[in-house]
Design a protein around this ligand. Structure first.
Ligand code: GLN
Ligand code: ZN
Length: 773
């Protein structure tokens, strides 16, 4: 008989209990014991749900107070020296200092760097490695949580981030390894694995039957250097595991050229994702699967919210069972379920009921796993009812007029390449825009949002709950916009914005207005730490029933003679930050969104807006995990952007904004967007950025952010001017814009005003010094 497993479960609690507990702790309103008790209650509920669903191998240590990579940093004592660690156990306060930075009498340290977890919208804290680094077991979390599960009657499978991926996910700060010859994978593997061996040995001694070690880095392009590390690490761990069995788990894609190395490791099981792409099945059929291992087959999609096609998943399992006898098969999701909302039963009845039958959240995915296991072992008849429900839901979804809109499809089919090109080349547009806008050299602007104060959030919440009328809310927003226009004029900014006060989230706002999207009430997923998002569900053909942003942009423009920049979210970002339909290529969905945005651009122009920004902060994070797939992705992503923006007249200035500065890999695609102006993040990594533009001649207008909005610090004007002068060494001076490096939504007013005042002063300084105006 096959068994069932899960790889990880949402950590945040059904009612976001973890957020309240954590934020209460940070504010000093919740004590440490209380925080621990609330976290334990979430774990207990999770274990009970998984046991009730019939999962045999239930994860422990998948929970985290903040992030599982940070947990690993704490477990092995990989704490950078600047945190003043004494080498003892990593306590809660040090843990949160690493996560969030700390500024008080005890420490004055920024947080560890945070970055996206593979191609998800989850962020992890980046480990730092240095030559000669010492690791030591510095925590007891996996042991404690394993024991805690056992006390509740659950014989759990502890999960750890594997040592090789841990090293590959980290970074070496240039100042820590002058000369740059240091390779953590070679120099730190043995000392790190020694600590892992201690952990594995201790879990085995506690009675763990299985231990899951995640090595997701092996779904990326890898070679002999990483394979050698993998063999070395798992040979050592195999010697330490006592009576326990080790599963090496991969996810988010196929393991490609690493398959044979993984299959030959001296471990007891290998976990593969069979959902993301067909290659793993192909690898297994071509090379066979080792007789000494269990195969953990990820057959239910852990990354998306669609109900599984149980017939297809069962057929896949039956096919696998021809190679791997079912007593060696473990049926499970394709990855941890932390990337999907907890439970669809939490969603209230109403509009959502249209899509409800088509969906499966984490709790429902467990049922799918259990049904598939039974179907495999006992035959399709044993799960006929489950198969039938799934089949009918799928059929309903396929046939629903909500998923297929003939008019949208007709329009998309009629798109010609000409629609992906602006009417004139950049030089001609630039002349028309200069004449229309009359901007000074080094024009100043912002990225769109201004502080979303408690007052703004309260008004929106009251309006959503019906406590504030539509008229009352509209009047409130109008007041915010009018005040912001006056403030920007007083500051002397050149291109103004309306401030985005009406938007809770830059994707949700469009999801609420476009046909083809459903929104959840409780469908939160963790983005980082205690920050959660509720991604819209893009389930059907996308249509724009009415203008979405024209009202507030036009209102803002009516208040000032200066140009106001309208704000849209680009097609790629809307897709990246939503749960996207899986029944057609993403490229097609992106083009539908692009057409809706194209209409919005036309309406904005008609309403008198002369500058329109289409943000694409997620362009880079959508980059596929394997390089071979980059070209195809960048091609459709760029074409979708151009389809959205190219209807604009020559004199209309199209801006785009991107929240990162690691452009090396995609600079050509960014240039290909053909946006008249791009604004980018820069202030934290000037050197890297300058390097890109030394190698690639960027010839459209560009605003490399002159100050970091992620910090409350207000840099002096001279510092911002110096940043601009540095940019002038690689970029043509009359291409340069002056702006912060991202939206100001999360900042306070006083620091915003102070920083923008300095920014405008820096622009004036350059105009005087460089251009003589
Ligand atoms: N226009 C958005 C803002 O200013 C852009 C946000 C982003 O880059 N993520 O908030
Ligand atoms: Zn940004």
């Amino acid at each position: 008989m096959a068994i069932t497993a899960n790889l990880g479960y949402p950590r945040i609690g059904a009612r976001r209990e973890l957020k309240r507990a954590l934020e209460g702790y940070w504010q000093g309103k919740v004590g440490a014991d209380d925080l621990r008790a609330r976290a334990a209650a979430i774990r207990a509920a999770n274990w009970a749900a998984q046991r009730d669903a019939g999962i045999d191998l239930i994860p422990a240590n998948d929970f985290s107070l903040y992030d599982h990579v940070l947990d690993t940093i704490a477990l092995v004592g990989a704490v950078p020296p600047r945190y003043g660690w004494d080498g003892g156990a990593v306590d809660l306060d040090l843990y949160f200092a690493l996560a969030r930075g700390e500024q008080d009498a005890r420490r004055d340290v920024p947080a560890l760097e945070m970055t996206k977890w593979f191609d998800t919208n989850y962020h992890y804290l980046v480990p730092e490695f240095r030559p000669g680094q010492v690791f030591r077991l510095s925590g007891t979390k996996p042991f404690d949580e394993f024991a805690e599960a056992r006390a509740l009657g659950v014989a759990a499978r502890p999960v750890l981030l594997g040592p090789v991926s841990f090293l590959l996910l980290g970074k070496v700060r240039p100042e820590d390894a002058p000369g740059g010859a240091f390779d953590p994978l070679v120099e730190l593997l043995d000392p790190l694995v020694a600590v892992y061996a201690e952990v594995v040995g201790r879990l085995a001694a506690q009675g763990a039957e299985w231990i899951q070690l995640d090595e997701p880095c092996f779904v990326q392009d890898r070679g002999p250097r990483e394979w050698a590390a993998l063999r070395r690490a798992y040979t050592a761990l195999a010697a330490a595991k006592g009576g326990a069995k080790i599963l090496v788990q991969t996810y988010f894609g196929h393991v490609g050229e690493s398959y044979e190395t993984l299959a030959a490791l001296p471990v007891d099981g290998l976990g593969l994702d069979f959902v993301r792409d067909p290659e793993n099945l192909d690898l297994l059929e071509r090379h066979g699967f080792p007789a000494d291992k269990r195969l953990a087959a990820g057959v239910v999609d852990g990354r998306n919210v669609w109900r599984a096609d149980l017939d297809a998943a069962l057929a896949l399992l039956e096919r696998l069972a021809r190679r791997v006898p079912s007593e060696r098969l473990i049926v499970g999701p394709s990855c941890s379920l932390q990337f999907v909302p907890l439970d669809i039963a939490l969603e209230p009845a109403g509009e959502f009921d249209v899509v409800r039958p088509w969906l499966a959240f984490a709790r429902q995915k467990l049922d799918e796993v259990a049904a598939l296991r039974r179907g495999l072992d006992e035959g399709r008849g044993a799960v006929a009812a489950d198969l039938d429900v799934a089949r009918r839901a799928l059929d309903d979804r396929r046939r629903s007029p909500r998923t297929r809109d003939p008019e949208v499809r007709r329009r998309l089919a009629a798109v010609t390449p000409a629609l992906e090109r602006r009417a004139s080349p950049f030089a001609a547009r630039r002349a028309a825009q200069r004449a229309a806008l009359g901007l000074p050299p080094f024009p100043t602007t912002t990225i769109g949002s201004f502080p979303q104060t408690a007052e703004v959030r309260r008004a929106r919440a009251q309006w959503k709950q019906g406590a504030l009328t539509q008229e009352g809310y509209d009047a409130f927003i109008a007041g915010q916009i009018a005040a912001l226009i006056r403030r920007q004029e007083a500051l002397g900014l050149d291109v103004l914005v309306h401030g985005e006060f009406e938007r809770g989230d830059m994707v949700e706002y469009f999801g609420e207005q476009l046909a083809g999207f459903a929104l959840t009430t409780h469908g939160w997923v963790q983005s980082y730490g205690s920050r959660y998002v509720r991604p819209p569900i893009l389930y059907g053909d996308v249509r724009r029933p009415r203008p979405m942003t024209v009202r507030w942009s036009a209102y803002a423009q009516s208040l000032t003679p200066k140009p106001v920049k309208a704000m849209l979210t680009g097609p790629v970002t809307i897709l990246e930050w939503s749960f996207v339909r899986d029944d057609q290529p993403r490229a097609d969905t992106a083009r539908q969104v692009a057409l809706a945005l194209r209409d919005e651009v036309a309406d904005l122009e008609a309403a008198g807006l002369r500058v329109i920004q289409i943000d694409e902060p997620a362009l880079r994070e959508g980059l596929p995990l394997r390089r071979a797939a980059w070209g195809d992705y960048l091609d459709w992503a760029v074409r979708a952007y151009r389809l959205a923006s190219s209807g604009a007249a020559d004199a209309t200035q199209i801006h785009s904004h991107m929240c990162y500065s690691e452009f090396n890999d995609i600079i050509a695609a960014i240039a290909d967007l053909d946006a008249d102006v791009i604004t980018i993040e820069n202030s934290r990594s000037d050197l890297e950025l300058l390097d890109v533009f030394r190698r690639f001649r960027y010839d459209h207008e560009i605003g490399p952010g002159v100050y970091d909005i992620h910090s409350p610090r207000v840099p002096p004007a001279a510092e911002m001017a110096a940043n601009l002068r540095a940019a002038m060494t690689v970029l043509d001076r009359d291409l340069l814009w002056v702006n912060p490096d991202c939206g100001l939504k999360t900042r306070d007013w006083p620091e915003t005003i102070a920083a923008l005042r300095n920014m405008v002063a820096a622009a004036h300084d350059l105009r005087g010094a460089v251009v003589g105006v």
